[in-house]
Design a protein around this ligand. Structure first.
Ligand code: NAI
Length: 697
């Protein structure tokens, strides 16, 4: 039963019961309308209470029905709400815990609303590229005022019931009920049972004294803030409609916006990302009820760039951390950086002083392996050198308690090899954080051949606790993200050789929506990192061609921002990238040495070559089973590499272009004598899907 019906004396109680959050799927909707009908027809019933069982009043639409005909099958949500509103007896929504999206729209259609304190109330549709579609934009401004409603609808963020209850003149909650919600709701229902006429939100006016000017200002503001997304501006249009149109007209207008937005690529991309994030936490052969190990103490080896950031994640989550280093100076430096980082947050008002002190109190340091043996998880973040890793893991194997998880933050080294340095490979796993590790959302979780299922399940669960988006990757050089970015960087280098400037390449891909182009990114991360990796590649894979421009740059000592010069020039202490005549001269000379006649390259070609380089490698990664699903690759790029969210990730973008067209573009690129024809051989999976008219996702 997805909604139950019970009589409490003369009050009928309809209880939504569709775990986990009482999503308004077909069965639940039908349960509500059946209940309303029964109550309407039973002369003994004087009032109706609608409430939710378990963890929510209702979280809104049932996401399991998204895109299926069931989502709109009658009674659809609009019909359910209409029926509640038109019931001749008072209908009281008894709200607790979570009341979001369609759940709030349903509550708004009830004659009265009572709520428990601490209820999270929101219309989050904008976050998946939509406007609320069941009257939320028309009813909410009528009960909490235009400005308050607009803020909630445009941001999609939850607001606590007691905050809303505190808005002067608000009509969202008729009563906040401390203690037993159902008992309070029943008492309230009996109080209002005889009152007529019944209040109806639709009869209220949504007014805003400043009118059109106010809405134009709001529209301009949201357009500037959400440049690539149409939904926020449409939310403004809908709320404006609530103030200028009759209720039914406004409702029709909202519906029209909802349906139009549903068809936009931006909405498709956001929905894709929404589901991709949920899918990423599921591992087919590791069931959700796999037992996990308790993680109450973490050790981190190395207090460098990554070790410090990694530690902060756990301190922020209230988990004690001990950092181990080789020298006291390294510890002092590392802890100093963490402290400064927290202090900056305190200064900006993002962190309270007492919280900062609490976090630092959870941190301890040591030079001695015997002090870390009792940690439940140890994460190694020492130099990227296999012999150093070997030394560290042998030590860890000797001192860590049985059952401790041994993780490595390596970016490129073989996790199976690292596991083999220990006598407990089942306890070894990769936890690949991204820099800055306390900020970046992505955590690539590297599953070694022998990694235990419980170890994997534990790390995936822990990732949620430290607010990371975890994506599982198999073992290969560079894992999902860096293996793909290498192909993208190679193309960026070829583009320079053929006629582009670094600035032109960066601008083109930034206009496509990337947070930062490859050359600005190189300057930020340090060009020496790639140089170091390429030197290894030249030995291991001599057949792989790279543009020499990046090596020439490093030979000039231009490692990026940290040396004050890279692909761009930098003024002392500043991060603004200034095009560099010296670099352009170097590139021109290199072209001349190679005998390449430069040509004008369009932005379309730049974007196509960079993005399809990612896609082709992504297809190989998928086919090899390194990634479990195409959407996992998209998640890696959305959360770790600044790929534009409104395009849904590289694989989703390729799907949107049509894989047939992607392959055609690759064939065109392969004809370019200065590019690498081999590079543009479509991956077998891509070729097959394109030929069959299928897509990755
Ligand atoms: P780093 O050079 O900033 O820090 C390494 C730290 O490890 C140094 O403080 C060093 O004193 C310490 N260390 C070295 N050998 C040690 C040993 N035997 N015992 C204890 N401490 C030791 O390096 P970074 O950038 O933090 O990188 C660390 C690891 O993280 C590497 O495996 C790297 O590939 C990986 N990584 C780096 C990223 C980055 O953007 N920097 C991103 C993701 C992973």
């Amino acid at each position: 039963m997805s909604a139950s019906y019970e009589l409490h004396g003369d009050v009928a109680v309809i209880t939504l019961n569709n775990p986990p959050v009482n999503g308004l799927g077909y069965d639940t909707r039908k349960g509500i309308t059946d209940g309303l009908e029964r109550a309407e027809n039973d002369p003994a019933v004087k009032a109706v209470v609608i409430t939710g069982a378990g963890k929510a009043f209702s979280g809104g639409a049932d996401i399991r029905e998204f895109g299926s005909p069931k989502a709109t099958q009658e009674p659809n949500l609009l019909s359910v709400i209409k029926m509640a509103e038109n019931t001749s007896k008072p209908v009281v929504a008894a709200i607790h815990s979570v009341c979001m999206g369609g759940g709030l729209e349903l509550a708004l259609g009830c004659h009265y609303r009572v709520a428990a304190p601490g209820t999270q109330v929101a219309l989050p549709e904008v976050k998946i590229g939509l406007v609320p579609g069941a009257g939320g934009t028309q009813r909410l401004p009528r009960v909490i005022g235009v400005e308050n409603a607009l803020n909630m609808i445009v941001s999609g963020d939850p607001v606590k019931s007691e905050v809303l209850a505190g808005i002067p003149g608000q009509k969202l909650f008729d009563r906040i009920i401390e203690g037993d919600l159902l008992a309070g709701a029943l008492a309230f229902a009996r109080e209002v049972a005889g009152q007529r006429p019944l209040p109806r939100v639709r009869d209220l006016k949504a007014e805003h004294e400043q009118g059109a000017g106010y809405f134009q200002f709001a529209r301009n503001t949201v357009k500037a803030m959400a440049r690539n997304f149409p939904a926020p501006a449409k939310c403004v249009d809908c709320v404006e409609a609530a103030t200028t149109r009759r209720f039914d007209d406004g409702l029709a207008f909202e519906r029209e916006q909802f349906i139009n937005l549903m068809l936009t690529p931006e909405c498709a991309a956001l929905r894709h990302a929404f589901f991709a994030e949920r899918a990423a936490s599921k591992i087919p052969d590791v069931p959700e009820d796999t037992p996990v190990r308790a993680i109450n103490k973490v050790a981190v080896i190395g207090a460098g760039t990554m070790g410090g950031g990694i530690s902060m994640n756990f301190l922020n989550a209230g988990i004690p951390v001990v950092i181990l280093e080789m020298k006291q100076e390294a510890l002092d430096r590392g802890v100093g950086v963490m402290r400064k980082n927290y202090e900056a947050q305190v200064k900006k008002g993002k962190l309270k002083q007492d919280k900062f002190e609490q976090r630092m109190a959870l941190l301890s340091t040591t030079l001695d392996y015997s002090a870390i043996g009792d940690a439940d998880l140890v994460i190694e973040a020492v130099f990227e050198d296999i012999s150093v890793k070997e030394q560290v893991f042998k030590q860890l194997d000797a001192v860590m308690k049985p059952g401790a998880i041994l993780a490595t933050n390596t970016s490129t080294l073989d996790v199976n090899k690292i596991a083999a340095f220990t006598k407990r490979p089942q306890d070894v796993i990769g936890m690949h954080f991204f820099s800055p590790a306390n900020v970046m959302k992505l955590l690539e979780v590297i599953r070694g051949e022998k990694t235990g299922k419980d170890v994997l399940a534990t790390v995936m669960q822990l990732a949620k606790k430290i607010k990371k988006t975890a994506v599982v990757s198999g073992v290969c050089d560079g894992f999902i993200g860096n293996r793909m970015i290498e192909q993208y960087s190679r193309q960026a280098g070829f583009l320079l050789e053929e006629g582009c400037t670094p600035e032109q390449v960066d601008k083109a891909i930034e206009r496509f929506g990337f947070a930062m182009g490859p050359f600005r990114m190189g300057d930020l991360a340090g060009n020496d990192v790639g140089w170091y990796i390429r030197k290894r590649r030249y030995v291991e894979k001599p057949e792989m061609r790279y543009s020499k421009t990046a090596d020439l740059l490093c030979e000039m000592g231009r490692f990026g921002q940290k040396t004050g010069a890279g692909w761009y020039d930098y003024k002392p202490g500043k991060r603004d990238a200034i095009p560099s005549p010296v670099v352009n001269e170097m590139i021109e000379k290199h072209r001349a040495d190679m005998g390449i006649q430069p040509r004008k390259i369009s932005d379309d070609e730049i974007v196509g070559r960079l993005v399809y380089a990612l896609v082709n490698e992504g297809a190989k990664i998928l086919e090899e089973g390194i990634a479990l699903r195409a959407s996992d690759i998209d998640m890696v790029y959305l959360t770790g590499y600044g790929f534009p969210l409104f395009r849904g990730g590289p694989m989703c973008y390729a799907d949107s272009q049509g894989l047939f067209n992607v392959v055609q573009a690759m064939k065109r690129f392969a004809k370019n004598p200065n590019d690498d024809a081999q590079f543009w051989q479509p991956a077998p999976l891509l070729a097959r899907l394109a030929a069959e008219g299928k897509s990755f996702n």
